[in-house]
Design a binder for this molecule. Structure first.
Ligand code: CTP
Length: 405
C-alpha cells in the first residue's frame, strides 16, 4: 500500500505564477490516495481560485483566519494538527521570509507556525530572486528549523528568464511527500541499482536486446531513495524519467554496464541488480550494415560476463539482491541463481505471465533469502513490489547488524 493512502497532506499555496501548478499537485496526491487539505494566501488566489483546489481535493480550502464560517468549520489550529505532512508549493520569497522570521499575519503563515508534522518547502521564483543572498539566508533558516527545502528546477521561467527557479515537476513533489512519510531506515547506505535491458550491436543499425523496460529497476531506485539511501542507478537504454533524488548513469551494452557497476561497487554498500543483462553478444560487430544476401544468415554469439556473478563473491557484509527472470520452474531456477551467485536475496519473477515481468506495470514475484525462506507477494504494482523488496532489505540489514553486535 502506498504510504500516501489515507494520509493527510496539507498543501500551502502562495502567490507566484507557479501557483497554477498546485492544481496538478492536488490531483496527483489525490490519485496516490492522499487526503489533501489546501490553504491559499491572498496572492495565490490571484493566480488560481480556491474553488479549483476545492473541487480537485474534495475538501474545503482555507483562505482566511478571520472568516467566521471557515474558522468554525476548520479552525486554523485543527488544520495544522490534521496534517501528516505539509507541502508548501509554490513557496514565494515573501512566504519564505515570513517563515524564516516566524511571522503570522495571515492564515497560511499562522498555520505553518502551528504545524508539528514534517514541512517541505518548494520555492519557485525568478532566478535572480532565488540567488539573492537574503533569500538564501532565509532558506538556510528554514533548513536549520528542520524543514526540507526542495531545490527548484532549472529551465524556462515565466518571467522570460532561463535559469534556476522553476517549481519542480509534480512527480518530484509527490516523491518528496512520500519520502517524508517513509522511515529513513536506509540512511547512510549507498545503494547501487541497475535497470533496463542492454543492447548488443550486430552492425551500425541493428542490435540484440530484450523486452525489459526498466520499470522495476527504476521503481527500486525510487524506493531506496525514499528510505533515505543515496542512490546510483545504472540504466540501460530505456524511456523513463530519472526518479527524484537519484544519480543516473546511462549505459548501452553489457560490457558498459559491467564497467559502470564495477566502478560504483567500489563505494556502494548495497546492490540491487534489476537489469536484464544480455547473456550473449555478437562475436563480431559488422562495421557496415549487413546486406540481405541470398541465403541464411548465421549469427555467431559469445557470452557476456556475468556482472552479478563477478561482484557478489567480493561483497563481504554488503547486501546483494538479484532478480531471476524465468519462464519455467521459476522458484527452482531462482534458488539455483541465489546459491550460484552468492546473493542475499533473489526476486523470482515469472516473466511468461502477461501481467508480470517485462513491460507490465504490475509484477508477481516471490522473494527468496539465503535461509530458503520464500515470501510470495500478490500481484502488485512495480512500485509496490519495489517497496516490499526494499523493506526486506531493511530487515536483512537490521538482522545483520543485530547479529554483529
Ligand atoms: N545478470 C548479470 N549479468 C549477466 C546476466 C544476468 O548480472 N550477464 C544478473 C541479472 O541482473 C539478475 C540475475 O543476474 O539479477 C539473474 O539474471 P537472469 O537473466 O535471470 O539469469 P542468468 O544468470 O542470465 O541465467 P539464465 O540465463 O540461465 O536464466
Amino acid at each position: 500500500m502506498s504510504r500516501l493512502e489515507g494520509r493527510t497532506v496539507l498543501l500551502a499555496v502562495s502567490g507566484g505564477i507557479a501557483a497554477y501548478k498546485a492544481a496538478e499537485v492536488v490531483r496527483a496526491l489525490v490519485r496516490a490516495g492522499a487526503r489533501v487539505r489546501a490553504m491559499m494566501t491572498r496572492g495565490a488566489q490571484q493566480f488560481l481560485t480556491p474553488l479549483t483546489l476545492q473541487v480537485l481535493s474534495g475538501q474545503p480550502v482555507a483562505t482566511d483566519t478571520f472568516d467566521l464560517a471557515q474558522e468554525s468549520e476548520i479552525g486554523h489550529i485543527r488544520l495544522a494538527e490534521s496534517a501528516d505532512v505539509v507541502l508548501v508549493a509554490p513557496a514565494t520569497a515573501n512566504l519564505v521570509a515570513k517563515l524564516a522570521h516566524g511571522l503570522a499575519d495571515d492564515l497560511v503563515s499562522t498555520v505553518l507556525l502551528a504545524v508539528r508534522a514534517p514541512v517541505l518547502v518548494a520555492p519557485a521564483m525568478n532566478a535572480h530572486m532565488w540567488e539573492n543572498a537574503i533569500v538564501q539566508r532565509n532558506l538556510q533558516a528554514l533548513r536549520a528549523a528542520g524543514m526540507r527545502v526542495i531545490e527548484p528546477a532549472e529551465g524556462f521561467l515565466a518571467c522570460g528568464y532561463e535559469g534556476i527557479g522553476r517549481l519542480p515537476d509534480v512527480e518530484v513533489l509527490v516523491a518528496e511527500v512520500r519520502k517524508a512519510l517513509t522511515p529513513a531506515d536506509l540512511s547512510g547506505e549507498r545503494v547501487l541499482v541497475t535497470a533496463g535491458p542492454t543492447r548488443e550491436a550486430l552492425d551500425p543499425v541493428r542490435f540484440l536486446s530484450n523486452r525489459s523496460t526498466g520499470k522495476m529497476g527504476f521503481a527500486l531506485a525510487a524506493a531506496a531513495w525514499r528510505h533515505g539511501a543515496e542512490v546510483t542507478l545504472v540504466a540501460g537504454p530505456v524511456q523513463l524519467p530519472t526518479p527524484a533524488g537519484v544519480r543516473r548513469i546511462d549505459v548501452t551494452t553489457a560490457a558498459e554496464m559491467r564497467a559502470a557497476v564495477e566502478t560504483e561497487w567500489a563505494t556502494a554498500t548495497m546492490l540491487l541488480m534489476g537489469a536484464a543483462v544480455a547473456d550473449f553478444r555478437p562475436a563480431r560487430v559488422a562495421e557496415q550494415k549487413i546486406k540481405k544476401g541470398a541465403g541464411r544468415l548465421r549469427l555467431d554469439l559469445e557470452p557476456t560476463a556475468d556482472i552479478l556473478g563477478a561482484v557478489a563473491p567480493h561483497k563481504g557484509a554488503r547486501i546483494v539482491v538479484g532478480f531471476a527472470a524465468e519462464t519455467t520452474e521459476v522458484l527452482a531456477g531462482a534458488e539455483r541463481k541465489l546459491r550460484e551467485k552468492q546473493l542475499d536475496l533473489i526476486v523470482a519473477n515469472d516473466v511468461s505471465r502477461p501481467d508480470a515481468g517485462f513491460a507490465a506495470d504490475t509484477n508477481a514475484v516471490t522473494l527468496i533469502d539465503r535461509e530458503g525462506n520464500r515470501e510470495k507477494l500478490p500481484l502488485l504494482s512495480k512500485d509496490e513490489v519495489a517497496e516490499r523488496v526494499v523493506e526486506r532489505v531493511v530487515a536483512l540489514r537490521a538482522a545483520r547488524a543485530a547479529a554483529a553486535s
